[in-house]
Write a protein that binds this ligand. Structure first.
Ligand SMILES: NC(=O)c1ccc[n+]([C@@H]2O[C@H](COP(=O)([O-])OP(=O)(O)OC[C@H]3O[C@@H](n4cnc5c(N)ncnc54)[C@H](O)[C@@H]3O)[C@@H](O)[C@H]2O)c1
Length: 359
């Protein structure tokens, strides 16, 4: 097990509060544990009243690896990322007499890590927590950055907070039970990172296939660490999303709008959103047609969809409610080339005009 502090992973020189696990760590103090085994997690939590939060599928598939702590589980799936699930988890915490000294350990995909962070930020006005991501998507994205929350009807992540976990713990052996569809889902965010930040990573992804990553543990652990470093380096300079962090929304504006309208997975929705954003990047930025085509080909290489039959009027209605809308403009993340992105405001009427073409 290798411990890397968030500031080291981001290549920053400062060192803050080196040893203890603080109750509410600043983002720089967050610890990443790579190449770890779940059984070792007890070493990080001596004397803590730890409660595991997970979903039913992860509990069924991986509970034999869980350390001996009480478990609260809820039904799996995005449709359960709702306030009612949070309320049920909180009732169970009360049943376990969890006080301010408890430590919540979220083990699961992005739904579990989002809900665990949210519960930890509101229960007793805030308790400590750590995360063990078990999907590719959660390992490279959802578990990193402290954003948490729940959906409200069709509106994704409308309610939540930003609160950093004490640590992120990576045991790659959990991926052996992950269905192929969830690998595909996670690679949407990997491709997103390459598109906005890392042309070399993009070229690496063009060389390999999903099967290569599934078969080669060192290849996948290297990929996950690279992607965790990209996400962390963005979050560490802009935790509250005032600037740089907005770039991580590449593909998510249209993606979120169609995600709940169509009940498709997050990765598929983001992939379609990235294809739409590439199209807009050709129109409103400097992305060349050839580069946009390379991105579309890469998405297809990793079995991701690039378009969808949809009701443009409904998509537009959801877009108008987007968190990134300011007055009559939606802040879109566009690419100027592979590896370089920027925030570009697009007037809502113009968006409505182009929506049919880009989706
Ligand atoms: N907070 C953030 O910054 C952030 C960023 C990106 C995505 N997200 C959120 O993450 C969520 C999507 O995450 P996800 O794709 O991990 O979905 P998920 O948590 O629903 O997991 C997908 C499925 O895989 C199962 N699963 C998880 N790990 C497994 C394993 N090792 N073996 C077998 N089955 C396993 C789950 O039970 C579930 O059925 C969305 O709600 C999205 O909004 C949050």
């Amino acid at each position: 097990m290798r411990q890397i502090k968030a500031y080291e992973l981001a290549g920053l020189p400062v060192q803050l509060n080196p040893e203890h696990i603080p109750e509410r760590p600043p983002v720089q103090d967050l610890c990443f544990y790579f190449d770890a085994e779940l059984a070792q997690i007890t070493e990080l939590l001596p004397g803590k009243k730890v409660i595991i939060i997970t979903d039913e599928i992860v509990n069924q598939q991986l509970s034999h690896k869980f350390p001996d702590y009480p478990v609260i589980s809820f039904p799996s799936g995005e449709e359960h990322k709702q306030q009612s699930t949070v309320d049920q988890v909180i009732k169970k915490l009360i049943g376990l007499e969890a006080g301010r000294d408890c430590f919540l350990l979220g083990i699961g995909g992005g739904v579990v890590t989002d809900i665990t962070g949210y519960v930890a930020s509101v229960y007793l006005r805030g308790v400590s927590f750590g995360l063990v991501p078990t999907t590719i998507l959660a390992m490279v994205d959802a578990a990193i950055g402290g954003k948490n929350g729940v959906d409200v009807g069709v509106y994704k992540n409308l309610v939540g907070s930003i609160r950093q976990p004490s640590f992120l713990f990576y045991d790659y052996s959990v991926l052996s039970t992950l269905p192929v569809s969830e690998w595909v889902n996670g690679f949407a965010e990997v491709i997103k990172h390459a598109c906005i930040k890392d042309a070399l990573l993009f070229a690496e992804l063009e060389r390999y296939t999903l099967h290569d990553y599934q078969q080669d543990p060192s290849l996948v652990s290297d990929l996950i660490e690279k992607n965790a470093a990209i996400k962390n380096s963005v979050v560490i300079v802009d935790e509250m999303e005032n600037g740089e962090r907005k770039l991580l929304n590449f593909g998510h504006t249209v993606g979120h709008a169609i995600e709940n309208l169509h009940q498709i997975s997050h990765g598929h929705a983001v992939s379609i959103g990235m294809a739409a954003a590439c199209n807009l990047s050709e129109k409103f930025s400097t992305l060349h047609f050839e580069e946009a085509s390379r991105i579309i080909r890469l998405l297809a290489r990793y079995h991701l969809p690039v378009d969808i039959e949809t009701d443009h009027t409904r998509v537009f209605e959801v877009l108008r409610m987007d968190k990134k809308r300011i007055r009559n403009e939606v802040n879109f993340i566009l690419l100027s080339r592979i590896g370089s992105a920027s925030v570009t405001p697009i007037p809502v009427e113009l968006l409505q005009h182009h929506l049919k073409e880009i989706l």
